[in-house]
Design a protein around this ligand. Sequence first.
Ligand SMILES: *[C@@H]1O[C@H](CO)[C@@H](O)[C@H](O)[C@H]1NC(C)=O
Length: 280
Amino acid sequence: MAFSCASSLSVFLLLIIYTSANFNNEFDITWGDGRGKIINDQLLTLSLDKSSGSGFESRNQYLFGKIDMQLKLVPGNSAGTVTAYYLSSKGSNWDEIDFEFLGNLSGDPYIVHTNVFSQGKGNREQQFYLWFDPTADFHTYSILWNPQRIIFSVDGTPIREFKNAESIGVPFPKNQPMRIHSSLWNADDWATRGGLVKTDWTQAPFTASYRNFKADDACVVASGKSSCGGSSGSQGWFSEELDNSKQERLRWVQKNYMIYNYCSDSKRFPQGFPPECSMP
Ligand SMILES: *[C@@H]1O[C@H](CO)[C@@H](O)[C@H](O)[C@H]1NC(C)=O
């Protein structure tokens, strides 16, 4: 009896370890003078008030991975606030994969802004509304980054795919390890209705919450060596692509929820669209 009790306890503990990584081991709060907090290892909160925002970054550096995080965005009147959640390397030729959540007045929709930088060059914005209220509950925001593609997903639904277009001369992020970063800050000069709606500081502090971080399927780079988790074979995340049903979901999002796509902004690119825009 004693034995089976102990073994089911250890199964239970293993489940806890595998279902969500613990925040104290994975992340450092990097700025905000106490406004970023890790609570019981399982919940992280960032807050913003008139004097400062806050932010955190991952201890690990990743070179490819499938990375999930659940976020609950600033509720109520979040106009002027931006919650950024992204992967980024360092230096002037940095790579970056961005989710940014632009707040709004109560009841008005957040904008999910996405971008991909390779070797210091971005300008590849796509923006979306969501099909749910992202402040009412936690939702999963995922980045799949493998050598062929970057896929942004929300609750398992792909919203954007950025394909490797090196064959037509577009650099793809594949050599620089990146850390996960997140921050909550004031951007009322541009974020909400292009800067028309300002942050209402009587509503401060503004708070965004994070839980259930998962990066089991990822390659961690430490002292120049990369070690990959999960199945990185031909069936695994390292070569994963969108199957037919996911492609259909992606088209549904792009048709109904996409509000900006740099690849169709002809005013911005009078000399012709960037080459990756013509990838099928
Ligand atoms: C905020 O709401 C307005 C009005 O519905 C909308 O035009 C805008 O796209 C929304 N989002 C942001 C971040 O401005």
